[in-house]
Each structure stands twice: as C-alpha cells, then as structure tokens.
Design a protein around this ligand. Structure first.
Ligand code: ATP
Length: 230
C-alpha cells in the first residue's frame, strides 16, 4: 500500500534521511524505532508532505505521491498524528473530532468513540483540560475521523504512564483490523515491537535493521541497545 524507495530529505542544507526504503501493507501495523535524532519524525513529515523529498519516491495505493501537497496526501488516505498531538486545546473533544472529519465530511463520531469509549464521556470537555492519555486518544481518534487507509502515529507513549500506553497500544490491532494500517513511531521499543508485525530500526537517518517484529525483539543487538538487556 505504501512504498518508500530511496528517500532522501532534510531541512535546508542539512540532509537528515539517507536512502530510506520502507513498505506498509494494508491492515498491517509497522513500527519505526530508533534513538533520538535518528530521523523518524522527519520521515513521517516527508511522507505527509511537510518536508520536501530531495531524492527517491513514495507510492501510496499505486499513486506516486512524491512532492504532493499535504492536502492531496490527506485526501488520498494518509493521516498523521504528530508528536505532541497538536490538538486545539481550547476546543471540546467533539469539535476536535469534527475537525478531523471536516475534509471528508465525516460526522460519524460513534465509530471512534467505540474504539476509545473514555472520549464518549468527555465530548463537551475542552481537550486542554484532559489528561495526557485522553489527549492522545483524542488525537488518534481525530486522525481516524478522516477514515484513512494509513494512520501514522508519532511518539504515541510520550509523557504517558505505562498503563495508559498499554491501553492505547491495545487499540492499534482493532484500528488495523478495521481497515486502517498503522505506521507507529515509538520510543518504547518493547511495546512497539510487541504490537507490530514488522519493524524498521533507524539510526542517523538510515534504516539499519528491518524485518519481523518478534524476530527483532529477540535480536541481541536490539536487546542491548534499546531494552537494556545485557
Ligand atoms: P526524536 O525521537 O528525538 O524526535 P527522531 O528520530 O524523530 O528523534 P527527528 O526529529 O526526525 O528524529 O530529527 C532528525 C534530525 O533532524 C535531528 O538531527 C534534528 O536535529 C534535525 N531536525 C529536526 N527538525 C528540524 C528542523 N525543523 N530544522 C532543522 N533540523 C531539524
């Protein structure tokens, strides 16, 4: 569904991504892990049209989207839940969700409430007054309001208690099963590789390992570098 080939991208004269290859199939959960500054966020930004791609190509559902506008990429079915969530903190949960469905005229919030029932009790609460976990649920739900074929979630667990992370990560399989593939950037490597089917490890702007997530989780290099297991 998503095919990234030889992508190079960066900011101004600074190149961050070097020759990145990555694929995501329909209904798949794919994790992207790596240390701070590896380029994971930059890759998501490049895929959603926020950072220009200097070389290489991105194909989504058979269409070349390299260099396409953010709006076109959203309309084609890629939703991006950015690092820090970027909700409208002064608006209610309901209004944030309705904004997520604005481009595709989707007003059916029941589907995302089924996924995150806690949001159902909070519809008239302003999002800025909710807990971090509730805000992350709202950000993902807002992304799903566009009925995307692919949702890219950046740093799902940032600032959240492990029990909340587990609760939210537990919904990803339902999201994938309902027809939205997931590309998950995550610092919690254990959680990411447990929920994902496949994974990519990035270091200094390059993919250095990739494959079956369970196999990567058992790899001594991953265990030493990312899980603190000697
Ligand atoms: P983190 O987990 O810390 O967010 P990351 O793997 O997502 O790390 P990026 O945020 O993509 O990494 O950063 C990759 C590199 O790009 C870093 O060296 C960073 O300093 C640089 N960078 C990120 N955003 C910008 C920007 N707006 N302008 C210039 N350089 C940037």
């Amino acid at each position: 569904m998503l095919e990234v080939k030889g992508v190079c991208a960066g900011y101004g004269r600074v190149q961050v991504l070097w020759d990145v290859d990555l694929t995501v199939s329909a209904n798949e959960i794919v994790a992207l892990v790596g240390p701070n500054g590896a380029g994971k966020t930059t890759l998501l930004r490049a895929l959603s049209g926020m950072v220009p791609i200097r070389d290489g190509s991105v194909t989504f559902l058979g269409e070349d989207i390299t260099g396409r506008s953010i709006e076109r990429i959203v309309d084609l079915g890629i939703s991006h839940v950015p690092e820090g969530r970027r909700l409208f903190p002064g608006l209610t949960v309901k209004d944030n969700l309705r904004l997520g469905g604005w481009r595709n005229r989707n007003t059916d919030i029941d589907r995302v409430i089924d996924l995150f029932p806690k949001l159902g009790d909070r519809l008239s609460q302003v999002t800025g007054s909710m807990s971090g976990g509730e805000q992350q649920m709202c950000a993902i739900a807002r992304g799903l309001m566009g009925k995307p074929d692919l949702i890219m979630i950046d740093e799902l667990s940032m600032g959240l208690a492990p029990v909340i992370v587990e609760e939210i990560i537990g919904r990803l399989a339902d999201i994938a099963a309902s027809g939205t593939a997931v590309l998950l950037v995550e610092q919690d490597v254990d959680a990411a590789l447990t929920v994902a089917e496949r994974a990519y490890v990035m270091e200094t702007g390059r993919v250095v390992m990739s494959g079956n997530a369970g196999v990567l989780l058992a790899d001594p290099r991953i265990q030493q570098s990312y899980l603190g297991i000697a």
